[in-house]
Write a protein that binds this ligand. Sequence first.
Ligand code: CMC
Length: 434
Amino acid sequence: MTNSETKATLSFSDGSPSIEMPIYKGSIGPDVIDIRKLYGATGKFTYDPGFMSTAACNSSITYIDGDKGELLYRGYPIEQLAQNGGDFLESCYLLLNGELPNAEQKEKFVETVTKHTMVHEQMQFFFRGFRRDAHPMSVLVGTVGALASFYHDSLDINDAHHREVSAIRLIAKMPTLVAMAYKYSIGQPFVYPRNDLSYSANFMYMMFSNPCEPYKVNEVLVRALDRILVLHADHEQNASTSTVRLAGSSGANPFACIAAGIACLWGPAHGGANEAALSMLEEIGSVDNIAHFIEQVKDKNSGVKLMGFGHRVYKNYDPRAKLMRETCYEVLNELGLQDDPLFKLAMALEKIALEDEYFVSRKLYPNVDFYSGIVQRALGIPTALFTGIFALARTVGWVAQWKEMISDPEQKIGRPRQLFVGSPKRDVPAMDKR
Ligand code: CMC
């Protein structure tokens, strides 16, 4: 954060004295006005539900230019990382450490992550406590939080080595937990990780192999999964990341913080949108029903939204959606599903929505979730697990942001203020007077 000479002056029409506040410049993006002294100087808070205009931290991890439709991890465009960059673990290294790894660093990082893929054997009893039809996100909130009970040797958040070990554990164990949640839901035995496989290939193996038959990894499908992971790895201060930061600001351990992030991600306005987008396509059913559906979306009383469209930050095409559409083609071709009716329906719906005045005037474009459900379904991932895959990918972003927060000397416990609109102080009346 660079302190500039520029200052903002806030004046009041009620005769209160005006105050000056410093303005800071980031490396790119909007400047921020530092309002920290506002309450002390004026006795007034600011009001900003949904953080529409409020930066709650400084960060050097991920940058989004919503108007241009640009997403950068540590300065590198997502398109380059997804198309010419290496695999997901390379993006993980980049997000955690700030630079892409050289060959030696990459080898060491992959080896370290790979050595942590197994979970404590007793974790299986947590899974067995859930109903078979439990939502995987509920299982993940529980089991990721439970990791804190097993890894006491990495819980000291003030110890940089502990933080590092927890970060690696979370990234390495998430695929194992997500695959266990799936296997449990279908009544198949848990599959132990295979450390001779890549991160994404190992996940496919734990998901889709069984002890009775050999399993052949399909490289095209592994690449598609890897791309899903790269595209979802981080997205600056979104709701779940802010949740992780807020939970961590109290000094909570990283496993608890990531469990909080998973809980937030579950909501349909956030990570749950990929599941909701696919269900929406299934409900629309055919191209002939699109016009009626769009009419419902435009009717504010219907409560119907075009899922997979719109974004708080992107007021242009989400760059991840373009890459996801490309992957969609690749996967459907590989599996001989070029005529997949849901993909055709999605493309027709996108075209109609992009030409419709309602969406154009509100700058509503497809987001990453519009196509990711179709890809995941083609990979064999059940709809209920889509958000779990998102959580698996986002774990590295959460962890990187959590680590950044812990090492920030300006970090304070997160404690928003409120505009109180309830009853002023009053006396409790006796029962017969109520
Ligand atoms: N369908 C219909 N109308 C919409 C939609 C949509 N998907 N999204 C926004 N609008 C309308 C909204 O009703 C409002 O209209 P008006 O100005 O007439 O009141 C206007 O567009 C502005 O929307 P907003 O609700 O103020 O925007 P927001 O920034 O608060 O919400 C959002 C962003 C993502 C929650 C919202 O666009 C949405 O609910 N989209 C569908 C769910 C979805 O796809 N979520 C995934 C987000 S991407 C994955 C991630 O990063 O988590």
